[in-house]
Design a protein around this ligand. Sequence first.
Ligand code: ADP
Ligand code: MG
Length: 326
Amino acid sequence: QDVVNRIAAGEVIQRPMNALKELIENSLDAKSTNIQITVKNGGLKFFQIQDNGTGIRKEDFEIVCERFTTSKLTEFEDLQKIATFGFRGEALASISHVAHLSIISKTKHDICAYQAEFNDGKLKMPPRPMAGNQGTIITVEDLFYNMTVRRQALRSPAEEYQKISEIVSKYAIHNASIGFALKKYGENNDIRTSQNSNCTENIRLIYGNCIARELVEFDFENRDLDFKVKGYMTNVNYSHKKYQFILFINNRLVDCQGLKKCIDAIYQTYLPKNNHPFVYLSLELNPRNIDVNVHPTKHEVHFLNESEIVESITTAIEQKLLGSNN
Ligand code: ADP
Ligand code: MG
């Protein structure tokens, strides 16, 4: 059974960044306003995420790592929403099957924090009381210690750290009112955003002034197709070697190749060859229209009226860019 669970977990958690993304989302779901991440060896040896959110009650320690346990079901009106965006109670369970997981947490109702370690979905020992502030510290060590082949395939800590850094950057841009920090263990912060920052300021901090000063704001709504989209993107005059495409749908970082390709095509029409834009979009769709058949571990998302919505967004972006270019 452990082997079956481990294989399933290994599908959800492919590399450190997948685990970290889930943990960041948990911290956001817990209404944190400050999220600090520390990484050793690209997350392969150790990574830790500390938040100041609602915390986990002592009595819930027992179940947080059981598969399919979630405290979030009641917050959502229907199953569709849950099936779509990973509210599936699998992240902590999966991590506990492929790494050494430790949780320290304190709610505002408890007088002290509790600490516990988990293995294969289970508590190793009852939670121990300890000093601590409200919020949660999750430590993940020796990722894939029990999956030799996977571990050997992930040979470059630098590459893993780069991917972690990209994830943190994207969440920091999308959640500008939340303070994010990312550092390598024992070193200074590589990313540090303030709690009362804004989106463009964070783009400037993380991606630099060259991009920030070329940004065009985009804000568009289509009532017939029932969606809203906001974001920032570089002007067609601006060009960059690396394509940055950041897409959040209903506040989850996702991929949507259809939309990406269409937006890229606009820029390719106007930008010099081999130059690329920076694009950040936050799309709000009616959750009912998001395809629940997509496997929850895949970040590629499909939704109802996808081609119409993609076309509508693409047309609006093209107009905006051409308008702002005059
Ligand atoms: P899900 O997010 O789908 O509910 P997870 O496995 O990611 O499942 O987390 C399981 C449960 O653990 C959550 O429902 C939540 O109650 C609790 N939890 C996890 N991380 C945190 C956190 N940082 N702060 C507060 N509660 C958390
Ligand atoms: Mg989660």
